[in-house]
Write a protein that binds this ligand. Structure first.
Ligand code: ARG
Length: 467
């Protein structure tokens, strides 16, 4: 790369291959807006502190804005040369000097690329985190609306992927709503530690100039300036924390994807994904594959990979800056882009899928999902639950041999099973064991009963409305 920020103590030029290896401009160009914003705040502070003259500050400020304008245009048209400089910081300074002459060299007074890059990363991540949080809220809104539509859509609930107890599709969607709500809160919490200013930490040891760190922190919208210059330039916890929260979000979306894939299969056939969010096969004409959900599941590994990569990068680093830290960027940028496109697409896929209520209900009615209901009923009549469990187990075996469900047994069959324990009325049992009755009897706080889902949805609508 041309346009280096250093060179005085070197006698020979860097090898071309080394330049290529060393460069970060091809990816840290992503930080352009943030880098210039940081420089504008820095130069303003230099003026206030009488480190630079007012006219100098004005010229540098105008120059920086002009550089920004040029770069925006070049990036938009594709004219930008990614080999122009070593990194975004060198690029901006050399462009500035091209614009306003030698004076451009005063911008870096009292600053190092080490605190500069940390500022850029934090501004970038604050911006992206806020965008992602907005997108999560929209996603939650879609989940809540779908849940409301399906408060009474009965479906089988599973443990061990075996039919367990009946619940509703609405209740199931609410489970994901709350997982995402926690992700939202985790991003919100991470912001507290992202939004701290390292500017003025210098290379590692602060500065002999009388920098006003509180001013630049405030100017850039940070909550405060960091407390220790060595920490300021060496800390990448905020990136790790973001990646960890993002990984958790992806894990939730991956689990949902796994369910969407299962539900969309012929074997379950609970939903049918819309054409817009599925793809075909090049050989099997009948295929309509749930690629979006599969890719989300796949890309979860990619985001977790970036988290792991950065942990491994940082693990053995002595303080303060080491070039290894340049490796904090690509995985992060990639994760941010991945999460954002997924948060945009996924709600569309959910909104357009067809929910096959009848299939779900039929599945919930088969496989003795009401066995616990019967055991509870017997326990309610005074039979110890453990004994009731045994009796119902035998009833299930009995019904299974007759290829019947429990709510299909008649008076004589019930008497054969239960007469020695209770007085039986087949009609009462049939009602009690119907799939709707079973769901609705589960009205404990947070349970799948229709009334309980309604209450939850009302409460969460209020939460979203206040956001
Ligand atoms: N491109 C570098 C990075 O991303 C910027 C900081 C370089 N600092 C240095 N002392 N070489 O980490």
């Amino acid at each position: 790369a041309k346009n280096k920020l250093w060179g005085g103590r070197f006698e020979a030029k860097t090898s071309e291959l080394m330049d290529k290896f060393n460069a970060s401009l091809p990816f840290d160009i992503n930080l352009m807006e943030y880098d210039i914003r940081g420089s504008l705040a820095h130069v303003k502070m230099l003026g206030r502190q009488d480190i630079l003259k007012a006219e100098e500050v004005e010229k540098i400020t105008e120059g920086l804005k002009a550089v920004r304008k040029d770069l925006r245009a070049e990036l938009e048209t594709g004219a930008f040369d990614f080999n122009e400089a070593e990194d975004i910081h060198s690029l901006v300074e050399s462009r500035l000097t091209q614009k306003i002459g030698e004076l451009g060299g005063k911008l870096h007074t009292g600053r190092s690329r080490n605190d500069q890059v940390a500022v850029d990363m934090r501004l970038y991540l604050r911006d992206q985190t806020e965008q992602i949080m907005e997108m999560i809220l929209k996603f939650m809104q879609v989940l809540l609306e779908l849940a409301e539509e399906h408060i009474e859509t009965v479906m089988p609930g599973y443990t061990h992927l075996q039919r367990a107890q009946a619940l509703t599709f609405g209740h199931h969607l609410l489970a994901y709503y709350f997982k995402m709500k926690r992700d939202y809160e985790r991003f919100q919490d991470a912001l507290k530690r992202i939004n701290v200013s390292p500017l003025g930490s210098g290379a590692l040891a602060g500065s002999s100039f009388n920098l006003d760190r509180d001013f630049t922190a405030q100017e850039l919208g940070f909550d405060r300036a960091c407390e220790n210059s060595l920490d300021g330039v060496s800390d990448r916890d905020f990136v790790l924390e973001f990646l960890s929260v993002a990984s958790n979000l992806m894990l939730h979306l991956s689990r949902l994807s796994e369910e969407v894939i299962l539900w969309n299969s012929k074997e379950f056939s609970f939903i049918e994904l819309a054409d817009q969010y599925t793809t075909g096969s090049s050989i099997m004409p009948q295929k309509k594959n749930p690629d979006l959900a599969e890719l989300v599941r796949g890309k979860t590994g990619r985001v977790i990979g970036s988290l792991n990569q950065l942990m491994l990068t940082i693990k053995g680093l002595p303080l303060a800056y080491n070039k290894d830290l340049q490796e904090d960027k690509e995985g992060l940028f990639d994760s941010v882009d991945t999460v954002k496109i997924i948060l945009k697409l996924y709600p569309e896929m959910l909104k357009t899928m067809k929910v096959k209520k009848e299939v779900m209900k039929k599945a919930a009615s088969k496989g003795f999902l009401n066995a616990t209901e019967l055991a509870d009923f017997l326990a309610d009549k005074g039979i110890p639950f453990r004994q009731a469990h045994q009796i119902v187990g035998e009833a299930v075996l009995f019904a299974a041999k007759k290829e019947k469900e429990l709510d299909q047994l008649g008076q004589a069959e019930w008497e054969e099973l239960l007469a020695q324990h209770i007085e039986v009325e087949a009609e009462v049992l049939q009602k009690k064991l119907s799939v709707e009755a079973a769901v609705n009897s589960h009205a404990t706080k947070g349970g799948p009963a229709f009334t309980e889902s309604k209450r939850t949805i009302k409460k969460e609508k209020k939460f979203l409305a206040e956001k």
